[in-house]
Design a protein around this ligand. Sequence first.
Ligand SMILES: Nc1ncnc2c1ncn2[C@@H]1O[C@H](COP(=O)(O)OP(=O)(O)OP(=O)(O)O)[C@@H](O)[C@H]1O
Length: 426
Amino acid sequence: MLFEIGSIIVMGGLAGYASLKQSGSTSNDADKIQKIFANSGWNGRNGETIRLQRKAKFKGGVEYVYQIPLGFDRKKIEADKHILEDGLNIRHKHFEFDPSDLLKIRFDKTVLKQIKKILTNKKIKRKEIELNFDGMLKVKVYNERMQDQYEWDESYLKPGTWSVSIGNTRQGVVRHDFDEHKHLIIAGATGYGKSAILKLIVTSLVLQQPNNTNLHLIDLKGGSAFKRFEDLKQTKDFTRDPKEAKDILEDIQMKMNEAYTDIVDKGFEDIKESGRKERHFIIIDEAADIADDSACMDVVTDIARRGRGAGYYLIYATQYPSSQSIPQQTKRNIPSRLCFVLDDAVASNTALGQTGAEELPLIPGRGIYKNVKSQVVQTPFINNKEIQKRITPHIVIRPRKEKESDKVEHREGEKTGSDFIITETP
Ligand SMILES: Nc1ncnc2c1ncn2[C@@H]1O[C@H](COP(=O)(O)OP(=O)(O)OP(=O)(O)O)[C@@H](O)[C@H]1O
């Protein structure tokens, strides 16, 4: 009996502590925002600062709308958004505590152990913000963190289009339309979702445009991320060898030139206007591995420059964004970027053209997608089993070119077994 009373007191105290901490979290963010602006020197030319016009609650947070002074540099604030976020969290970094956890507690001798476990499993809760400018500065302060994972399902597909889902925001799904935005650079430290999003892009293209997608897969990471796509009817080239990559790129360039001339000669602005249905996707995973090869990089630059009109779209991924792995001219021709967490502001600047990727939380799939505007997204996640299930109907039988690396000595009468592969047509 005494034991139970003791437990109830402990739980009551815990619930009170949690509720006190949670209720304190929304205190006076408007004042804090104003102070952070003043302390960071984010003023107009004559020193005027922002003025709060209104604030409004929405589910999960509060939006503050400020009037901005003349000469106010919004880019600076976008790049230094983390200063604002850190400032808002400085006194209210508190535990993410779910009172329903208390209901799971069993009243036995292990009660204290269970409570300790709940507390050690807690996550630090952090307010997150979103900035918008439309003549006014709108700061949305969210009390809850963005979801850490969005499982992919069929609703992410848009059959018959070249628009693929690239991320989720609190407002909905963000898509990259290859016919509109063309090429894409993907950067990010190892282990934060580059291969996962590349696999999702390939799968989406195959499922959305099975008859018009042509894939040229150059996987230089030494892993097996693209291997499962090698035998798709849509895959025209597949290599994991930098030397072979050069031949493939040169071949693509030749074909691209023909398509480009044909489209331009007929007076069309681009492939979309010409009515041609096929599109080519040159997907290079670990671009840094061909960065030393000037012949390869010349082709990459050319595809970035002229491929947009001819329907040859480049998806160029690297974990080492530098002026060498992403040459200036390539960057200029690829305004769309998806960037996962990076080591430092220099890398972020190189990959995105702004800082911020170095401040992303260490959550796989969390990135910044920059197009016309830049926004924080959580990329949808599709597991390998689901990919396999979806792409299997598109795997075809065809003769395999024997590569040097595949050659083995065969004894007389032994079947090589390398002439044909999986036998299914859609
Ligand atoms: N969008 C996502 N949502 C949830 N988890 C993810 C997401 N993307 C990736 N992950 C997890 O992170 C792991 C690493 O991702 P991925 O292999 O894509 O990283 P990477 O950047 O390509 O790393 P590396 O360069 O080492 O191959 C995945 O195996 C998966 O478990």
